[in-house]
Design a protein around this ligand. Structure first.
Ligand code: ATP
Ligand code: MG
Length: 330
C-alpha cells in the first residue's frame, strides 16, 4: 500500500515506506524553491512570489495533510516490533526470543526473529547456519539489503529468521561515523509486514541496541532469578527513558520476564518477590522455570516447543505467549 497525496497542479507525492521517495521529493522541492527565488530576483517579482507561497502551502499540506503523511512513511511501524533486551549476559534473552516467537507462530501469527547478536545464538537456536556478510542482520542493520530478501523460513510455519553473522561485531564501529546511526534499523525494517518482529538483542548498551530500541514498539526484559538480577536494571530503565525522551517516544515496556526460576532454591522466590514488589504489574505473571530441556533444545537447534512440548519449559513459553497477547489487547 503506497499512500498518495494528490494536489491540484497534478504533481503527486508518493511515499514509499522506505522513505526514499520522500527524500527525492524533498530534493525536488528544494530545487524548485531555488528556481522560484531566482525567478523572483531576475524576472518577475510577482510570479516568483506566487510560486513561493504556493510552494509553502504545498509543503504544509504534504506534512500535516493526512495521518499517513504526518510522519515520514518509514516511521510507520507496520509490524509490531519487540526488542528482547537486557544488557546483562546469559539471562535468557535468546531463549525467550526463540521460544516466544515459536509459540506465537504456533498460534497462527506471522513472526520474524531478527538476530541482532553477533554470537548468533537465535540463528543456531533454529538450526539455521549463521549468515554471511550482507546477507544477514548485519546488512539489514546498515540498511544495505532488503530484509525481505534475507529472511529465511524455518521449519516452523509462519516463522522466519534473519540470521546473524560475526560481521555484526564490526557494525558498531561502522555505524559510529554515520549521521543517522540511531535510526538505521528503524528505516530498514519499517516496511516489513509481520504480525510480530522479535529482536534478539546482544548484551551491553552499544549502538546495535540503541538501534533495536529505536526500531521497536515494545520491550521484553528477561530477568534471571539470581542474586544480581536487579543490578543494572536501573541503568537499563535509564537507557529506555533516554531513548523515549529523544528518538522513540512511543517505546513501552511490555513486561519483565522472570527466567530460570528454580523452585528448589529459596533465593529464586526471594528475587521474584523483590522484583514484583519493585515493578508490580510490569512483571509477567508467567515465570520461566529453570528446565534442563530448554538448554537441551537449543543444543539440538530447536525451540523447546518442538523438542518437548510436554516439558515445563515449553508449557511456560506457551503460557507467556498467551499472557503477552492478552497484554496486547488490554
Ligand atoms: N529456563 C531455562 N532453563 C535452563 N536453561 C536455560 C533457561 N533459559 C536459558 N537457559 C540457558 O542459559 C544459557 C543462557 O541463555 P540465553 O542464551 O537465552 O541468554 P542470553 O541472555 O541470550 O545470553 P547472551 O547475553 O549471551 O546473549 C543458555 O545456555 C540457555 O540454554
Ligand atoms: Mg543471547
Amino acid at each position: 500500500m503506497t499512500p498518495r497525496l494528490g494536489i491540484s497542479c497534478s504533481i503527486q507525492l508518493s511515499y514509499d515506506r522506505d522513505g526514499s521517495n520522500l527524500h527525492k521529493n524533498h530534493i525536488f522541492l528544494k530545487t524548485f524553491e531555488e528556481i522560484c527565488i531566482r525567478l523572483k530576483n531576475n524576472f518577475s517579482f510577482l510570479l516568483g512570489e506566487l510560486l513561493i507561497s504556493w510552494l509553502r502551502i504545498f509543503r504544509f499540506h504534504s506534512i500535516i495533510g493526512d495521518d499517513f503523511i504526518k510522519k515520514p512513511s518509514w516511521a510507520l511501524n507496520m509490524s509490531h516490533v519487540i526488542a528482547v533486551i537486557n544488557q546483562k549476559g546469559g539471562v535468557g534473552k535468546t531463549t525467550t526470543a526463540v521460544n516466544l516467537a515459536t509459540a506465537l507462530a504456533a498460534i497462527g501469527k506471522n513472526v520474524l526473529v531478527l538476530d541482532l547478536d553477533p554470537q548468533g545464538n537465535a540463528t543456531t537456536g533454529f538450526g539455521i547456519q549463521k549468515g554471511r556478510g550482507l546477507q544477514s542482520s548485519y546488512g539489514v542493520l546498515l540498511g544495505l539489503v532488503d530484509p525481505k530478501e534475507v529472511a529465511q523460513e524455518t521449519y516452523v510455519d509462519g516463522l522466519s529468521v534473519i540470521s546473524s553473522t560475526i560481521d555484526l561485531s564490526a557494525a558498531e564501529i561502522e555505524l559510529f561515523s554515520q549521521k543517522d546511526r540511531d535510526s538505521k534499523l528503524k528505516r530498514s525494517i519499517a516496511h516489513l509486514e509481520y504480525d510480530y518482529v522479535l529482536i534478539d538483542c546482544p548484551p551491553g548498551f552499544g549502538l546495535i541496541n540503541i538501534n533495536a530500541l529505536n526500531a521497536s514498539n515494545k520491550i521484553i526484559i528477561p530477568l534471571q532469578c539470581e542474586f544480581y538480577a536487579l543490578e543494572g536494571l536501573a541503568q537499563l530503565f535509564n537507557t529506555i527513558q533516554s531513548v523515549r525522551n529523544t528518538i522513540n517516544k512511543d517505546l513501552i515496556v511490555s513486561g519483565i520476564l522472570l527466567t530460570m526460576y528454580d523452585r528448589r532454591n529459596s533465593l529464586s522466590s526471594v528475587i521474584a518477590n523483590d522484583v514484583r514488589s519493585h515493578f508490580g504489574n510490569l512483571v509477567f505473571n508467567t515465570v520461566i522455570p529453570r528446565n534442563v530441556k530448554i538448554s537441551e533444545a537449543s543444543s539440538y537447534g530447536k525451540p523447546i516447543i518442538l523438542h518437548d512440548i510436554k516439558s515445563m519449559g515449553a508449557i511456560s513459553y506457551i503460557e507467556l505467549a498467551r499472557e503477552f497477547l492478552n497484554r496486547e489487547l488490554a
